[in-house]
Design a binder for this molecule. Sequence first.
Ligand code: B12
Ligand code: SF4
Length: 533
Amino acid sequence: MNALLIYPEFPETFWSFKHALKFLGKRAAQPPLGLMTVAALLPSAWKKRLVDTNVERLSDRDLAWADVVLLSGMHIQRESLLEIVERCRARGLRTVVGGPIASSVPAAELMADHVVIGEAESLIADLVRDLEKRTAKPVYQADERPEMTVSPLPDLSLIKMKRYSTMTVQYSRGCPFNCEFCDIIEIYGRRPRTKAVAQVLAELEQLRTAGWREAVFIVDDNFIGNKGRAKELLRALVEWRTQVAAGFDFITEASLNLADDAELMQLMRGAGFKSVFLGIETPDESGLVASNKLQNTRRSLLESVARIQSYGIEVMGGFILGFDTDKEDIFDRMVEFIEKSGIPIAMVGLLQAMPGTQLFRRLRREGRIVDAGGGNNTFCDRLNFLPRMDAAKLVEGYREEMKKIYSCEAYYERVKLYLNRAHPKPEKLPRGQRVKSQSRRPTEPWMTPANMRALAHSIVQQGVLGRHKWSYWKFLAEAATRYRRCFGAAMTLAAMGYHFQVMTQKLSKAIDSARQTAESGEILLQETGRQIL
Ligand code: B12
Ligand code: SF4
């Protein structure tokens, strides 16, 4: 059997990082780990090819080669996925769709011959057998969530590694919390399941042997969902990094209670964790309580963020507008919070009721669901539910908030605040005790050919062609002097800022054009209580 695994294209969004990736000469942020895992589960006798349409073209030759096409994706990739399914159907090719999209979109709407809902480890054997016998069913749904110890080593040989900025490894699935809007807990469950430490080390070794030396994203829903297991892995990573793989940096996602555990943060620093994405959601405690995000309550969110940053870990934050509890001052309060937080990358989005979530079920009961949404809440020009606040005010407030937080000045100020916390100046030692090399050289080795190329691109794009040249040059001068000890981190964030500035302009235009179309105008202006679902 010739199995063609295809990953559909993402639309351009804040999360695509497209405008920053081009400085690095990369085409996408991360590879499709789901498909690489599925490929490793398929029989070794099958021949496999993987086409990630985010980094390469899907050719007719690929389709002509295939006996069966296996697609994966998120809800947001729906349009591209349906186009590919259509292309396959036109050639009479059998299609199987799996991944998170299969949990959010009804199977019939995916147009595929077979839809797989859930994790492949527990049902691949049945699917393979039925595909071979040509008796495969329209829908497969896993009865139980598999232990991750049965997850195989992902097939790295199928991807073009150099086209990605980050490689990915998954240690755990699931999260113990119970946020109302979250579909993670519906898809992957509330009991964190982890791989064995040895499995993760084998995946990292696979990457190292293949020549990877850049960042690795530990793509867990909540890396610290089981703190004990996280510490176990971290201790092993510290050792692995010291003995064989100095220079490997990690990124992950975690809950804010990370700030309560000094040992955990210390271990993360030791293991090379450079940034962590946290769902902060809102500075308004009543919104956190109403959405059941209780782990973020009864604490100073700002202090928690600063504590994590003090371990040299950048905090990226997720924020949501549109909770029922939001009043019209929420935009100013969130801008002020973000400014004080030193979080350069703040992913602010409009609340979206994802199908299958507790939020979706509640809003449907209340007759407030308008449609199933597009699976994207951070580059979003419309709502899929009727909010409590006037919808037009909500979308307008969102647009204004984005403009404020991604104005060049505000962004660079946040970067500097973060750098001051995460990379404080080394304490001044009395004369005679100073270490010369430390005071002269930046502490991070950033002068690699790739970084130099990225810097040259950034100078041309932001310093020569950009609309905010002077802010950029001022920041560059400060980065090279006051922040030379962390020049690499400063310049990476400058490039990321460029992506967010471009996307904020695009978002503003998208909101204008959505207003002009009758359908979304209805939704935005809340002229109708139309209930589709
Ligand atoms: C890493 C990651 C990203 C990366 C991109 C990774 C990539 N190249 O695809 C980044 C950070 C860029 C990202 C961005 C976004 N992401 Co994301 N992301 C993840 C995360 C944390 C891990 C993905 C992963 O690698 N998993 C590991 C693999 C092994 O798991 P898997 O893909 O689920 O595959 C298993 C099964 O699904 C199944 N399977 C998968 N495919 C197939 C195919 C077949 C044929 C079969 C049989 C089985 C099968 O078998 C696999 C093994 O069990 C997931 C959460 C999660 N737990 O997966 C969210 C997740 C996929 N992301 C999500 C979302 C919403 C987004 C954004 C839209 C965010 C936003 N709010 O705007 C953006 C969209 C990207 C964009 N360009 O705009 C949602 C998707 C929800 C949905 N129902 O579609 C998830 C589930 C998290 C969540 N609930 O918030 N994301
Ligand atoms: S902490 Fe994050 S992953 Fe866990 S339930 Fe809440 S939103 Fe979902």
